[in-house]
Design a protein around this ligand. Structure first.
Ligand code: PMV
Length: 315
């Protein structure tokens, strides 16, 4: 009998980068993510459907690198190994599909890691609690990436909108409603690791940059109040402020500034989500139909998404 898990993708509503330096952040699970089916088989087989790989040129360091599926498979492989160690051998066929392309900044790596762990446990007839799934999922990310905060794996595991606190790490559910919003996918110039490293170098060099991190922390605190009050105008304005502050750290490029400028009359505000230099841009729409039409015309992939209230689980 087929069993299926859905693991949501994640966007960072506020506070990325500053969260690396102990500031809070706000992340949200979305209703686009990764699906993993499992049926019994005579051996362990994994198949992906529609997940493509590619090559990209990074103009920053003039290097061509593989992206997409190759990295994605490293998460799949590591999650399967940890699952096997935890729940024993399993003869099953896993089929993985994703609504979103890998390496775009929508936490598909966290989703596939937690999703595989949950699917494996489900098909092995074992029980895995959220705490263990989040912990193992984070372990997968650490093994593959070397460095990763537990923010994405927690958001995939618990769902909804979460306030992320560090030292010690905590993910507090914010019980809020947010109307559907848009995410646009811009080609990413650099990996999360590279971009985080560049920000670290800037902070080491320029004292003023550390005040930018402080300011982002303050934005997150104010944004929590706006989100709780359902005040979209305030949410949008604070996203704009957060985005300019991220720009001061060197992670927002002209494509994002142009996009947000062009859409300004039709949105409350917007920002990058994640490490930046392209990747996901969140837009909080005032006039959704117009936003949709403009995005279609621009030719960037985009999605209308809603907050997914649940964490990764059986569907
Ligand atoms: O680009 P993403 O989705 O991998 O997000 C990175 C978020 C950072 O705050 C920049 C780094 C982190 O580990 O929190």
């Amino acid at each position: 009998m087929k069993k299926s898990i859905f693991a949501p993708g994640v966007v960072k509503l506020f506070g990325e980068h500053a969260v690396v330096y102990g500031k809070p952040a706000i992340a949200a699970a979305i209703d686009k993510g990764v699906y993993i089916d499992c049926v019994s088989s005579d051996r362990l087989v994994v198949e992906t459907v529609g997940i493509t790989t590619g090559l990209r040129f990074s103009p920053l360091d003039r290097r061509v690198e593989a992206f997409g599926a190759e990295k994605f498979f490293a998460y799949v492989e590591t999650a399967l190994r940890l699952a096997q160690e935890r729940w024993g051998d399993l003869a099953a066929k896993f089929t993985i599909r994703s609504d979103l392309p890998p390496s775009a900044g929508a936490a598909t790596s966290a989703a596939v890691s937690v999703g595989i762990l949950k699917a494996y446990a489900l098909c092995a007839g074992a029980d895995v609690g959220d705490e263990e799934a989040a912990k193992l999922g984070h372990k997968v990310e650490l093994e593959v990436q070397g460095i990763a905060s537990p923010m994405d794996t927690a958001a995939v595991t618990y769902g909804g909108v979460l306030k992320i606190l560090t030292n010690p790490f905590r993910a507090e559910p914010l019980k809020i409603q947010l109307p559907p919003f848009y995410i646009v996918l811009l080609p990413r110039l650099g990996t999360t690791g590279e971009i985080v490293k560049d920000v670290r170098a800037l902070l080491g060099k320029r004292k003023s940059a550390t005040w930018v991190i402080e300011a982002i922390g303050k934005v997150v605190e104010e944004a929590e109040g706006c989100l709780r009050a359902g005040d979209l105008e305030c949410v949008g304005e604070l996203m704009d402020i957060n985005n300019w502050l991220l720009g001061a750290l060197g992670v927002v490029d002209g494509r994002v500034v142009d996009l947000l400028g062009m859409l300004k009359p039709f949105i409350y505000g917007g920002k990058i989500s994640g490490a930046g230099r392209g990747g996901i841009v969140i837009l909080i729409p005032k006039e959704g139909d117009v936003v949709s039409r403009i995005l279609k015309g621009l030719g960037y992939p985009y999605y209308k998404v809603s907050v997914y209230p649940k964490g990764a689980g059986e569907v």
